[in-house]
Structure formats: C-alpha cells, structure tokens
Ligand binder design. Sequence first.
Ligand code: ZN
Length: 315
Amino acid sequence: MDKPDAPARVVWHTTESGDGDAAFKSVAEYLIKIGAEPHILYDPTTDRIGQFGPLNESARALKNDGSTRTNRVGRACIQIEVLARASNPFTAYWKPGPNFKALMESIRSWGVPDVFPMGTPAKTSTDCKRDRNKWLTTGGHYGHCNAPGNDHWDPGAIDTAALFAAVSKAPTAPSSGTTYKVKAGDSLSAIGRATGVPWETVASLNGLKPPYLLFPGQELKLKASTAAPAPKPAAKVPPFPGTQYFKAGADNGYVKQLGEALVRKGFGRYYSVGPGPRWSESDRKAVEAFQKAQGWTGASADGYPGPETWARLMK
Ligand SMILES: [Zn+2]
C-alpha cells in the first residue's frame, strides 16, 4: 500500500455480468487476463466467494487518480466484485449466506466501520460523488462510483443497510479499545487483525521483541497514552524551615503548622489547648511521641523536629 496510514476501506463493484457458476468462472478468468483483479469475487445468488490475493496487498480494479494509486490508499483497500449489474442493485434479490458473513467479519477485522462515507452508491452514471479528501482520509465502504479519478459508476444503488444487516451485530469499534487481553493460542498478527491495530504497533507499544512471546491473560496496550501523565497528588511537602524555629521562646507560624500536622497525625492528645505559634512543652511532647512512633530512639526522639520529622509530618 502507498498510504498505509489512511484508514482501511472497502470498494464495491459489479461485474456487469450475469451470475451463477459459469459466469463466476469466466469473469474470474477475464479479470486475471486483463490484470484488473479485485480481492474478492462474490456471487450474490449462490453465496459463492473467491479470493484473488491477500487483503493487505493492493488489488487492481481501480484507475489511478492522477499520481495517486487509488488501489493502494489505506491500510487495506478491499475490493469486491459482485456478479451483478449496477442498473439492478443486487441487494434487491440476493441471498447472502455464510460466505458473505465471513467476508463482512473479515472486513470488520480490518477496522473498517459499517458506514458509507459518501452515502449510498450512485443510482445512475451521472450522480457519482467522488470526494477526493474523504476518499483519502475516511475509513468505511465506498462504491467504485466514489473513487476519485475513476469513471465507472458501479455497484448501483444497493441497500447499504442490508449489507450490514446480513451479518450479526457490529463488534465494538476495534479502535476504541485501549487494551487487549491475550487468549490462549493468540499470535501478534491475529491480535492485529482482531483489533485493527497493526501488529507492529502492538509490539512496539508493549516493548515486545522477537520471538514475540505472549501468554494468556496478558494485557496488551493498543494505544500510546496521549493524555498528559496524571498530575502528582498535591503531596507538596513544605521545606523544613530550620531547627531555630522550634525551641523555647520560639513564636512563629511554623510552630503552629507543626502542631496542626501533629493533630492530623493523631498526636493531638498532647495539647490541652489547640496548637499555636508559641513553642511549648506540649509541642515537644507531641513531637517526641511522633518520633518514637517512627521507631526512633535517643536523640532522634528528643521532641525537637529535624528535616525528617518535618517531612513525615507534612506528608
Ligand atoms: Zn468497478
């Protein structure tokens, strides 16, 4: 792909032919002969499906749009040729079966959303919407009639809701998950397909290196955290002002601050009146009790605060 950073998409075509097994065979041979293979050939009347190549490599059913190789836009650009005619939309008479469901599940596994960004495909050759910017930037389903630089108007005005209704409920948007829990037997590439996040991205987000060992229950990040790291809880410890503020005769705001911290830590019983700015024996006793509660003894538990006592009290 030329533009693998653009979201994955699907392009619907019709072969402008009849259906049935004979048509299936001759159309497949013709597409190979002219070098215009899609990824998928599908018969809406028999549910028969054929695949020409891997979905993560480009198909060849679109014309270039100037220098843009339209077939190569997106992480995947999955092209489906339906054995039908644009003038007779196939969803009016089709019989989707297990192969169609498997196809849609495969498409969803590439992270293609169940939407037609340019609306229902054209009813006629003259009402094609070809929005180049949308084509280049938006994931989802398109008709050949929506591809910029192209002149075909297939697949006709198919019932887009019927395509999605033919398959059970859409999975949760793969890109909305931020983690993935590894299941037994998972491989990185299977996880990539299931989540719509390229396996190389999963590997690098999680620091995985060859041989990429995984274990069941392992949580893998699917997104780099773009949010700023949560601010540290306001654990701002004011700096220790100095021993000179905590001695007989001292009368200052730090003493009060110290006393209030002692009360918060459960040493309020040493105060007969509330802590105040004047250094007192109540302060000294409370500090001593706090220091002993830290497991300190001797000079470390003399009732006079130093930087460590202060830091622990202010936390
Ligand atoms: Zn086409």
